[in-house]
Design a protein around this ligand. Structure first.
Ligand code: HSE
Length: 340
């Protein structure tokens, strides 16, 4: 039996408990063992839930912790404490991965455990593991991705006639949006995700502050209708170009000929261009309780298969990128066009 703890009983944390409970048979088949949630920690007083991280990190039964708290603190301190004791940490927390992922990965390596963050980008899409395992030998020239489920949900619903505020409210009710939805609609969440992807494929650490970032708050229904009449859709994209390099988050006009055109609602779509494999497209639910929790559990299983070993993600020895270009928007245009 592999004993785990969940830090943070929010949407994703609750989903992790549900995935582990409902798919115990499938987990046993792939892992050869059961996973048991021994503790759930939350800062709120909830019956059956612990408040003190020391109970968890001092319990020698605990092999893996799922950090689904979000935000920098106390997630950073708790992750640090667990890794220093050789307990692997699996997280959905892109803010923490962007800000401290390198340091935390180095601590994990030093203590023969792992820091995995599959759920931090692309929700339920098995994206980071695939990049790690299947793209290591590729020279990636470009990534263009719809990486925020909330924004895509809003833009899709605006196209169908709904106003921005009601579409955002629905995304919040469905558990897609961040606690502070400004992180979604102003593009910061996408910026963190494309910075993580750029870092993984380039072997240089890009941080969210280096991303030239614009959100969707200025997009009107008229913009969407104009795009539609020109055979295009407006999508919030994160775009990394190795040439430069540059990392941009902005609303783009996406032509019908692009597979990203048809990525709607909460779905994410990520196109990665490698010099040998050419274009590869990933598609799936980019936000929401169970898809995101499924990605966390996939990390828990990988950590459970590697107890006492560090899983190398490439983050522990990565150096900061020296300089990043900030390509300006074509003059006189409100929106960039994908592919131009
Ligand atoms: N708020 C994020 C989104 C959650 O809408 O994509 C998943 O990272």
């Amino acid at each position: 039996m592999i004993n785990v703890a969940i830090l943070g009983l929010g949407t994703v944390g609750g989903g992790v408990a549900e995935v582990i409970e409902k798919n115990q048979n499938e987990i046993r088949k792939t892992l050869g063992d059961n996973i048991h949630v021994k503790y759930i920690l939350d800062i709120r007083d909830i019956p059956g839930v612990v408040n003190d991280i020391n109970i968890i990190v001092n319990d020698p039964d605990i092999k893996v912790v799922c950090e689904t708290m979000g935000g920098k603190e106390p997630a950073y301190t708790y992750t640090h404490l667990a890794l220093e004791r050789g307990i692997s940490v699996c997280t959905s927390n892109k803010e923490l991965v962007d800000a401290h992922g390198v340091e935390l990965s180095a601590i994990a390596r030093e203590h023969n455990c792992s820091y995995l963050f599959e759920a931090s980008v692309g929700g339920g899409i098995p994206l980071l593991r695939t990049i790690r395992e299947a793209f290591g030998h590729e020279r990636v020239s470009r990534i263009a991705g719809i990486l925020n489920g909330t924004c895509n949900y809003i833009l899709t619903n605006m196209k169908a006639g709904k106003d921005f505020d009601s579409a955002l409210k629905e995304a919040q009710e469905k558990g897609f949006a961040e606690r502070n939805p400004a992180a979604d609609v102003e593009g910061h969440d996408t910026a963190r995700k494309i910075a993580i992807l750029a870092s993984l494929v380039s072997g240089k650490k890009f941080s969210y502050e280096q991303v030239s970032c614009e959100g969707i708050t200025s997009i009107t229904q008229q913009d969407i209708a104009d795009a539609e009449s020109n055979g295009m859709a407006i999508k919030l994209l994160g775009v990394y170009e190795a040439d430069g390099p540059s990392v941009v988050v902005a609303p783009y006009l996406v032509p019908k000929s692009s597979p990203l055109y048809a990525v709607n609602d909460v779905f994410n779509g990520i196109m990665i261009s490698g010099n040998m494999v050419n274009d590869v497209m990933f598609y799936g639910r980019g936000a929401g309780k169970l898809p995101t929790a499924s990605a966390v559990v996939s990390d828990v299983i990988e950590c459970a298969k590697n107890i006492g070993h560090n899983i190398h993600t490439g983050f522990s020895d990565i150096q900061p990128v020296q300089s990043v270009n900030a390509p300006s928007k074509p003059e006189g245009r409100k929106l960039r066009v994908l592919g131009e």
